[in-house]
Design a protein around this ligand. Sequence first.
Ligand code: HEC
Length: 221
Amino acid sequence: MNKNSEKISGWKRFMKSMTKAHELGTEEDIMLDHDYDGIKELDNVLPPWWLYGFYITIAISAFYIFQVFYNSEAYNQDKEYEAAVAAGKAEIEAYKAANPQLFDDANIVALTSAEDLAKGKELFTSKTCFACHLADLGGSIGPNLTDNTWILGGDVKTIFNTISKGGRPGKGMIAWESSVTREERIQLASYIISMQGTLPANPKAAEGDVLFPVVVEAVEE
Ligand code: HEC
């Protein structure tokens, strides 16, 4: 007998011990007496692999029964649930504390990552802002968004607010908060801030006041 056939026979033995399947051809031995219109029944034993699974669940239930009867002060379903909820809430609070600008309008800061600005630029097209402000933000129906004069205000919080709540009534700048998510509005506002001082092809004449002068920072070499 070579190694391979040993392995196969070992495997076969294992399978047999796990299934306790009755030898084919000898069904007569375990045939029951019933006969329903020619349909007969074999008295097969329950397969051990299945029984073991059943025993394992019984063993696990013993653990829970112990907890319920002897350890319910320290452990029960309600406590487990409460602990899970508390852990979830703590995670949310930690996330809020780490990202205040995402939750409180007073904490909004202009995003500067290339990814956020690219998303803002994309939204400026996909949310149709360009139709009134032009793709280079030079302005047509809506005002020029690259200069330092603003009708409503040019700091990131005010721009966010204008995008969210709209401009003055009847001017054409609607409130976008129902159709653009908060994060997207922050990305749009950040993109607009990042376009400050750029030179559009046909800039619309300045409107409003210098409400947020662009400070051109000296670039350190
Ligand atoms: C239908 C045309 C139209 C569309 C579309 C539009 N805007 Fe406006 N937008 C305007 C007008 C008009 C104003 C001036 C509002 C006013 O005078 O109160 C304005 C004002 C603004 C302002 C304030 C400018 C200032 O000087 O204070 C910002 C910022 C702005 N829009 C951003 C956006 C963004 C972002 C979008 C896309 C989500 C958008 N707009 C879509 C017409 C439009």
